[in-house]
Design a protein around this ligand. Sequence first.
Ligand code: GLC
Length: 740
Amino acid sequence: MKKLLTLILCLCTFGVTTASPQNSPKDKFVSKLLKQMTLDEKIGQLAQCTYRGNFTGPDGGNLPKEEYVKQGKIGSMLNVIGIKDIRRYQELALQSRLRIPLIFGLDVIHGYRTGFPLPLAEAASFDLEMIEEAARYNALESAADGLNWVFAPMVDISWDARWGRVMEGAGEDPYYGSRVAEARIRGLQGSNLADTATVMACVKHFAGYGAPIAGKEYNSVDMSLGQFANFYMPPYQAAIQAGAATVMSAFNDFNNIPCTANDFLLNQLLRKKWSFKGFVVSDYNSVEELVNHRYASDKKDAAAKALNAGLDMEMVSTCYLTYLKELIQEGKVKESVLDNAVRRILEKKYELGLFEDPFRYCNPARSARVLNSPEVRNASLRMAERSIVLLENKGSVLPLAPQIKSVALIGGLTKSQWDMAGAWAAMTDRNKIVTLHDALQQKGLAVNYADGYDLKTNRMSGLQEAIQAANASDIIIVAIGEKANQSGEKTSKVNISLPEEQQKLVAELKKTGKPVIVLVMCGRPVIFNEAREHADAVLCTWWLGSEAGNAIYNVLWGKYNPSAKLPMTFPAHVGQIPIHYQQKSTGRPTSLKQAYTASYIDSSTEPAYYFGHGLSYTTFGYSNLNVKPGKTPGIHALVSVKVTNQGLYAGEEVVQLYVQDKTASVTRPIKELKGIRKIKLEAGESQTVTFSITDEALGFYDNDMNYKVEPGDFIFMVGGSSNNLQQITFALKEHNSNKK
Ligand code: GLC
């Protein structure tokens, strides 16, 4: 008995979690294969090389790739594009002694050949079914073109729009970010990884990458474990619980240990506490970069630290390939640790069906049928329509009347296919993108186009032409914002205000007396205080992908009633950052509106636009807010509210439930999103929405990462934006505090 306990303890100590049940077909197959493998062949499975450098990261990977693949020294490749090259490399892999197939990964962040709205834009839809469907189509196109692994979803929470990668995530809220992460995992992976319409997902970047000090790309992340657990951890955990196949470690150090060699994150939290059974891949070159972190003395030290901390596959750098053999021979890395990493990778190749048929994803007929097909484009259009946020609509200038026949269309972004693709759109067929200029012309409108400003210099140019275009038209539509290389990786900014001259142009156009519709095309929250002052309507249209023009047209002319909400606060000043709606009260609450309170002397604390804000062409009334005790175990209360469409247009409302824990054993935010429901109501129609209140809605993590639910008073708040809520109190009488 003692021996058995010791064995179990050992297995747990080295994080040896045989992912599949003992003696399952997969376990038998992988165990048998593992026994046959030489040390070199095992190490080869941990190596991932890039087909092309600086395609998605620093120019790494100048290995003799084809030779290494033939010798079984490479287990995976990234950035191989198209069935022809994928098949070629797979054929080389099958020349190796054990014929172990490669897995092929790519950054399919928001669409493959068909461009979808950037992830932050999709998140603005608050339409989890649509988000899941979009991910499903991303997987369908990727798998149809030979890929079996995408490096998505990025689930990093961020309160800092100076950091350009906010474009890749779902915004600032951990509850909603968790729901989006689950939807994307479901969409990408489906229920069977061997299905050739699905791919492996990769939850990234683990962990905390969205909170770099000063918003500076790749900078250190340092926070209490309570802060991490309450605000940043939930989406990673939700994605793992949703069955994510792989995880990518983040570039940053997390509480002084680089994520790529962070035993707490990779072994203790991910594998032991969350029972993650997949494998962890490093970010691009990040194993070697442990030396730059000055956490490893050299690449050999980096290899030992990363593998012992639970990092399975090394992306691009070659520390494992070069040093693991001698590290094991020197006893600095146990072969059992290597075996566990290899096992986790082989198990995923088995689940993908690659041992059964290494070419199952290489079907040219399927590729020709699926890529950029009307079905996929239609999904992109529906996703784009639902991603557009109506921020202002003064005097209900929108929707535009059908009688509008001539439009002054101002700004190069309205013609730019490249920019509508957005960042991280390596494979999007840009020449098939419908711009707004295309769409308006295709609809038969008289389009009087003018640049208004130079897209490269952002200096006003051709103002007179723009004024003439305006004078000759019924309405002015002007696009301001960022080019696609202004957000995404390596784009941190100290100033997120839109260029002054772009905004001045709006003021000049307003002087013509014609209604001015401002479209903000961006990859992150941006500041445009002057432009919004002179605009009659403002829409955040992000970068919407292949159907951008049609989606914007459909919203402007009321074919689709805008329903999106901001998934991230839009600051009024960059100095307010980090800013988010989940502020703490502090001992001198801002709400007291007096001196000696949590405020600034040179700016308001109010953002330009709140989390959850987004208008519709109709209005929604909230009434009959009610709370009653739950009747079933685990349901503490039921909160219900009646929502009525009070206007003339059918529309969708994102009903939001926020919770405040009035007094707790740690300081808690003034409100936290704990429920969303997107409902469609015809003009005049009402619907009662009910939220079930469970531990998830009431609990929090303390600074030791213990999950707690404490009896006491709570406030439930419901409405259509975080700053427009009705509230009701509720007393939780008792609760047996539990661990989560
Ligand atoms: C990049 C990114 C990561 C991406 C990887 C592969 O640097 O950080 O998100 O998946 O490298 O391209």
